[in-house]
Design a protein around this ligand. Structure first.
Ligand code: PMP
Ligand code: GLU
Length: 396
């Protein structure tokens, strides 16, 4: 028998949908993909050039397991400037993407049976990452009345003697919502009072709209800083999903455990990508702003159109590049004689009949929702929404 733990993990639905859409496109089908959680832009040229230079200069060997000192120093500068957080390079671990950083964080924190609070809707990988590390995911449902964000009270009600950590994600994938300073402060108080570690996934911190401001929970006081592992990376902000660089900032004690684990499981993150990341963090940030302008234009268009389709509703995203669409008004209707029982039916029929790929909310712990990414061109968005609208209008 194969590993029970391994077999208990389901494949990432976001990656599956994206792969399916790409496969259909390669077969010549005219599919519009709203699945991908990755910027459609190329990595900015100065970052690409830094990587080419790294190859030409021979930076092609193993680096220290937790990353090069120069990159860890750059990450410390970034955390100070952007997040008002002071760390020493010994507190930084650079990994193969933020997903790997999350894995390392949970591997360092959890003992078998430890419970991890996961606000729902959650990013698809959180419960699986907890289970892979012998923890127990405890799902804390957020209400629509609170814009799908959990409150400190919700978390308090979910605490048990086994609660070890909270997995926090703001700006949130899939909801696009951003926790305010006051909301985070209240959550911080609960964690400090009960000694709950916080794994704070801040990968979308630079993708903010309107007047939204990102705060790192670790910045509120010394106690919460000790309890928090800040997870971040360059995949989303710098269009570097394929480069695979993420990082953590934590106490030196936790960082040491993570570095030891990584030294046996991955050696070091890619040496060339580390040089590219150095350029991304240290050089001009103009590219981030330019991508943000494009995302914002698409966000506004998409939101407006979805809200005007009878039966659909969406929260206006304040961050990320996702629109989370409430299907409550159309679930139970039928398409070509078949009843749509939930979001999986909706997404399945939409892909089959209209060739539009979206991610069902079931993988995010929100069965009445679907997620649409606006990290795709305006042309695709217009065409895809025309098809979605026609599909919804055909429901009976
Ligand atoms: N956290 C969230 C919330 C994400 O959406 C993603 C996207 N893959 C990640 C972490 C992982 O990022 P990376 O590609 O750097 O592993
Ligand atoms: N994080 C992205 C998403 O949610 C990329 C795919 C993945 O890693 O799950 O779509």
């Amino acid at each position: 028998m194969l590993s029970k733990k391994g077999m208990g993990v389901s494949p990432s639905p976001t990656m599956l949908i994206d792969a399916k859409a790409k496969e259909m496109i390669s077969q010549g089908l005219d599919v519009i993909g709203f699945g991908a959680g990755e910027p459609d832009f190329d990595t900015p040229s100065h970052i690409q050039e830094a990587a080419i230079k790294a190859i030409n200069e021979g930076h092609t060997r193993y680096t220290p397991a937790a990353g090069t000192l120069e990159l860890k120093q750059a990450i410390c500068r970034k955390l100070k400037t952007d997040n008002a957080l002071e760390y020493d390079p010994s507190q930084i671990v650079v990994s193969n993407g933020a997903k790997h950083s999350l894995f390392n964080s949970l591997a360092a924190l959890l003992n078998p049976g430890d419970e991890v609070l996961i606000p729902a809707p959650y990013w698809v990988s959180y419960p699986e990452l907890v289970k892979l590390n012998d923890g127990i995911p405890v799902i804390v449902k957020a209400s629509k009345d609170n814009n799908l964000k959990v409150t400190a009270g919700d978390l308090k009600n979910a605490l048990s003697a086994k609660t070890k950590a909270l997995l926090l994600n703001s700006p949130s994938n899939p909801t696009g919502q951003v926790y305010s300073k006051d909301e985070l402060k209240a959550i911080c108080d609960v964690c400090c009072e009960h000694n709950i570690y916080v794994v704070s996934d801040e990968i979308y911190e630079k993708l903010l709209y309107d007047e939204a401001i990102h705060y790192s929970i670790a910045s509120f006081n010394e106690k919460i800083k000790e309890l928090t592992i800040v997870v971040n990376g360059v995949s989303k902000s710098y269009a570097m999903t394929g480069w695979r660089i993420g990082y953590t900032a934590s106490t030196a004690e936790i960082a040491k455990v993570m570095a030891a684990i990584q030294s046996h499981t991955a050696s070091n993150p890619n040496s060339i990508a580390q040089k590219a990341t150095l350029a991304a963090l240290d050089e001009s940030q103009k590219c981030v702003g330019e991508m943000l302008v494009a995302f914002d234009e698409r966000r506004k268009y998409m939101c407006e159109r979805i809200k005007n389709i009878p039966g659909l509703d969406a929260l206006t995203p304040r961050g990320t590049f996702y629109l989370f669409v409430d299907l409550s008004g159309v679930i139970g209707k039928s398409f070509q004689g078949k009843t749509l029982e939930g979001c999986d039916d909706f997404a399945g029929q939409l892909l089959e009949s209209r060739k539009v790929a979206i991610v069902p909310g079931s993988g995010f712990g929100a069965p009445n929702y679907v997620r649409l990414s606006f990290a795709t061109s305006m042309d695709n968005i217009i065409k895809g929404l025309d098809r979605l609208e026609a599909f919804v209008n055909d429901l009976q």
